[in-house]
Design a protein around this ligand. Structure first.
Ligand code: SAM
Length: 178
């Protein structure tokens, strides 16, 4: 099966020179943060779980990565105004792999955070959201509906999905065009 996280990494780094600023909205085990740190000058990485923060911190230390601000914070209430305008955002929704499955993202918190960050994104910036309908179909549908209603004059939204597998994970890529 195609690894959607690898696809997100490829799509998020199409430019030859590093982008200035990215946010990982769900640090988890730190794999997306580590990748963003290799393709951006500065990265902000958030998670609501101390275990995820610790895990990401260890991964960054092992790889000698120093351009990440890692914070225990809820992406739906965070004050983004102290950080630069954004070039790339990654949401990998769901629960911490190998962690407590009851602590997980929700459509509500994802949509609230999108409402906070979209106005802070540069033209040409990309937001990648990986959704898992098999684990939470309501969350996937609600976030998809929100993205479908975004103003087409300001944003392009692409859905990248595996069409021959039922309830397969999919990616939404929002590109700010104006
Ligand atoms: C699927 S994991 C992320 C995987 C991660 N990107 C990686 O590369 O390992 C989802 C993470 O979202 C976090 N999370 C859930 N709700 C959140 C919220 N409101 N704000 C920030 N993080 C949240 C969970 O604690 C969990 O660690």
């Amino acid at each position: 099966m195609i690894k959607l996280t690898d696809l997100v990494h490829q799509y998020s780094s199409l430019r030859a020179t590093p982008y200035p600023f990215a946010i990982d909205m769900t640090a988890g085990r730190g794999l997306d943060t580590k990748y963003l740190a290799s393709t951006h000058h500065q990265v902000l990485s958030l998670d609501i779980q101390p275990l995820a923060i610790q895990s990401t911190k260890e991964l960054l230390q092992i790889h000698n990565i120093h351009n990440v601000t890692l914070l225990l914070a809820d992406h739906s209430t965070f004050d983004y105004s102290k950080f630069p305008q954004i070039d790339t955002v990654i949401y990998n929704l769901g629960y911490l792999p190998g962690g407590d499955k009851t602590i997980r993202t929700s459509a509500h918190s994802t949509i609230l955070s999108l409402q906070l960050v979209l106005p802070r994104c540069n033209i040409g910036s990309n937001i990648f959201i990986t959704l898992y309908p098999k684990e939470n179909n309501d969350e996937a549908n609600e976030v998809l509906r929100f993205c479908q209603r975004l103003d087409g004059r300001l944003y392009d939204v692409i859905k990248i999905s595996v069409v021959n597998k039922e309830l397969a994970p999919f990616i939404l890529q929002i590109t700010k065009i104006l």
